[in-house]
Write a protein that binds this ligand. Structure first.
Ligand SMILES: CC(C)(COP(=O)(O)OP(=O)(O)OC[C@H]1O[C@@H](n2cnc3c(N)ncnc32)[C@H](O)[C@@H]1OP(=O)(O)O)[C@@H](O)C(=O)NCCC(=O)NCCS
Length: 269
C-alpha cells in the first residue's frame, strides 16, 4: 500500500470509494446511505484539497482509500477517512489518518454514531464524542420575519465556530445562497441543504435558522448539534423530522461544543 497526494483527477475514484465505504456502514443496519452526486462531492473535496491536506492510498496502482483534513489557524478538522470495503481491516485507515494529522492546538471531526471503528480510532487519539449532531429534514412549517442586515462574519465565526472561516465563505458563497441578519447568517444550497447557520449568540443563530426555514419553499435538510439547543428547538417547532442516524461531534480536550451553529456538512463543518 502506498500513500500519495490526491489530484483533481482522483475525484471520481474518491467518489466511488465514498459510496462503497459509507454503504458498508449504513446498509447492514437497513439505513439509506448518503449519496451525493459526483459534482457535489467533487466541489467539496476539491475545496478541501486546495485548502488542506488530501491523501490517497493505492494498492497495485488502484486507489483503495483516502483521507483529508484542513486547518484554519491552530484549529484542525478531519474532513474524511474512507477505505473501500474490500480493503478495510488492514491498517489503511490508520495510515491515512497519520498522513493527514498535523500540528494543531484544537481538533474536531464529525462521525456517524453507528460507526464503532472510526469512533474508537479517533477516540484513542483524544478526539472524543462531545455532542450528537441531529439531521433534520422535511418541509418546514414555521413563520418568522427576519430583517436582513449586513453581518460581521468574523465576529460571528469567532463565537459560533471559535476560528476564522474566511476561505470557506468563498466556497459557500460560490455554491449556496447567503442571507445576512445582522448578528447571524445562513446559507442554503440548491436542493435545500441548509448550513452553515451561525450567530453571534445562540438566539441570533436560532433566528437566522428560523428565517431560512420560513423562506424555504420545499424540502430542506439541516444538521444541528444537540449542544446548539436554541437551534434544535427551532427545527422541532418547524415540524422537521429526524433522520435515523445521528452524527457525533468529536472534540479534543478543552474544545467547547458549539451553541450557535448548524454546520455545513460532515466534511467542512
Ligand atoms: C473507518 C475506516 C476508515 C477504518 O479504516 P480501516 O483501514 O478499515 O481500519 P482498520 O480496521 O485497519 O483499523 C481500525 C482500528 O480500529 C479497530 N477496530 C475495528 N473494529 C472495532 C470495533 N468494533 N471497536 C473498536 N475498535 C475496532 C481495529 O482493530 C484497528 O485498530 P488497531 O490498528 O489498533 O488494531 C474504514 O473502515 C472505513 O472506511 N469504513 C467505512 C466508512 C467510514 O465509516 N469512515 C469513517 C467516517 S467518520
Amino acid at each position: 500500500m502506498e500513500l500519495r497526494p490526491t489530484t483533481d483527477g482522483d475525484l471520481p475514484a474518491l467518489h466511488a470509494i465514498f459510496l462503497d465505504a459509507i454503504g458498508s456502514v449504513f446498509v447492514p443496519h437497513g439505513f439509506d446511505p448518503p449519496a451525493p452526486s459526483l459534482e457535489v462531492f467533487s466541489n467539496l473535496q476539491g475545496h478541501i484539497r486546495r485548502t488542506g491536506i488530501s491523501v490517497v492510498a493505492e494498492e497495485e496502482g488502484r486507489v483503495v482509500g483516502y483521507g483529508s483534513s484542513w486547518k484554519r489557524g491552530d484549529d484542525w478538522f478531519l474532513a474524511s477517512l474512507f477505505v473501500g470495503s474490500a480493503a478495510q481491516g488492514r491498517g489503511t485507515g490508520p495510515a491515512l489518518l497519520d498522513a493527514v494529522w498535523s500540528e494543531a492546538k484544537r481538533r474536531r471531526t464529525m462521525t456517524d454514531a453507528i460507526q464503532p471503528v472510526s469512533n474508537v480510532l479517533y477516540g484513542r487519539r483524544g478526539l472524543v464524542p462531545a455532542t450528537p449532531v441531529l439531521t433534520f429534514f422535511g418541509r418546514p412549517r414555521i413563520e418568522a420575519r427576519v430583517e436582513t442586515a449586513p453581518a460581521d462574519t468574523q465576529a460571528i465565526d469567532e463565537f459560533a465556530y471559535g476560528f476564522d472561516r474566511e476561505v470557506d465563505h468563498e466556497h459557500w458563497s460560490r455554491h449556496a445562497r447567503r442571507t445576512d441578519s445582522g448578528d447571524g447568517y445562513s446559507y442554503v444550497f440548491p436542493g435545500g441543504e441548509i448550513g452553515p447557520v451561525a450567530g453571534a449568540t445562540p438566539a441570533a443563530a436560532a433566528a437566522a435558522l428560523a428565517g431560512e426555514l420560513a423562506r424555504s419553499e420545499g424540502d430542506v435538510r439541516v444538521r444541528v448539534p444537540g449542544s446548539a439547543r436554541a437551534l434544535v428547538e427551532v427545527a422541532l417547532a418547524a415540524g422537521l423530522r429526524l433522520a435515523p442516524v445521528p452524527g457525533l461531534l468529536l472534540l479534543s480536550q478543552g474544545v467547547e461544543p458549539p451553541s450557535a451553529l448548524a454546520p455545513s456538512s460532515y466534511a467542512l463543518y
